[in-house]
Write a protein that binds this ligand. Structure first.
Ligand code: CP
Length: 310
């Protein structure tokens, strides 16, 4: 099984068959991760650098663990404490690292398009671990894997992506992926946090009423309010946001069916999700994190182009 691409820059560039291959391969790696020895020699001769120019907990640890489970050699680079503070450019930094014989680059950057820029200039395979407000492809893949695991398939499932759509790379990657895989997608939230022309651009409905969105969906993928990416006031206060768009137990109990609750993390507890929702049995948030390792193992394995049995 081979991907149609050398890099994973975004879901937009993938074919449905690529997504299917990644999810199916991740299923095999999830089985590996249930074994007493959770390690395979698959990427024993591969060196991977994790290049993080922006903060991360889940994605960085998940990639590092995926690499270690595949027996790759890993190097972790964070911009803080590096020569970036002396003015070294992204390209110079990466070329210096590659000259030490690195095969793959996992990169998170606050600038949208940074991994696409690198892909034009360096020979190594690049995995986008989140670029600005553009895409976060492995998050969408692990979200899809988790939906598939709980609901059997993506085809025909109704997924509402709720909250700060405007500043979210998770939203964009999820929209591309879910539509390619035959799911129905809606975005919901306050008008100031949803870009205009969503329906024209993506052919998906927009809902400003949270209760109606929750009544419609099988899965609510709830996004974090990204205060660090907002340079103007887009809602009056976190308390008001929470009153209109926060999901609480009472609201879930009033729905006609039980829905799955997802969140990419980190959660603003009491803002977009109350704790008794985030920690309930309807929530698969920690399952998403667990699945992230298997999905990232699949992506790295497939991009490395190794033919070894898992
Ligand atoms: N979901 C996610 O990208 O989390 P981190 O920012 O902690 O990596």
């Amino acid at each position: 099984m081979q991907l149609s691409t050398k890099h994973l820059l975004g879901i937009r560039d993938l074919q449905a068959s690529d997504i299917q291959i990644i999810l199916d391969t991740a299923t095999q790696f999830k089985e590996v991760l249930q074994r007493p020895i959770k390690k395979v020699p698959t990427l024993r001769d591969v060196t991977i650098v994790n290049l993080f120019y922006e903060n991360s907990t889940r994605t960085r640890i998940s990639f590092e663990l995926a690499e270690k489970r595949l027996s790759a050699d890993t190097i972790n680079f964070t911009a803080s404490g590096s020569s970036v503070s002396k003015g070294e450019s992204l390209l110079d930094t990466v070329n210096n690292i590659l000259s030490m014989k690195v095969d793959m680059v996992v990169m998170r950057h606050s600038a949208s398009g940074a991994p696409h820029f690198l892909a034009k200039h360096i020979p190594a395979a690049i995995v986008n671990a989140g670029d600005g407000i553009n895409e976060h492809p492995t998050q969408a893949l692990l979200d899809a894997f988790s939906i598939r695991e709980n609901l059997g398939s993506l085809q025909g499932k109704k997924v509402a992506i709720i909250g700060d759509i405007m500043h979210s790379r998770v939203a964009l990657s999820n929209i591309y992926l879910l539509k390619k895989m035959g799911a129905e997608v809606m975005v919901a939230g306050p008008p100031t946090l949803i870009p205009i022309h969503m329906t024209e651009a993506f052919g998906i409905p927009v809902e400003y009423n949270l209760k109606k969105a929750l009544e419609w969906c099988d899965v609510a993928n709830v996004l974090r309010i990204q205060l660090e990416r907002q340079n103007q006031v887009l809602f009056s206060s976190l308390r008001e946001y929470s009153l209109a768009y926060g999901i609480n137990r009472r609201m879930l109990d009033s729905l006609s069916k039980e829905i799955l609750i997802m969140h990419p993390g980190p959660i603003n507890r009491g803002v977009e999700l109350d704790s008794d929702v985030a920690d309930s049995k309807q929530s698969i948030i920690l399952q998403q994190v667990e699945n992230g390792v298997a999905v990232r193992m699949a992506v790295l394995y497939l991009l490395a182009g190794k033919s070894t049995n898992l």
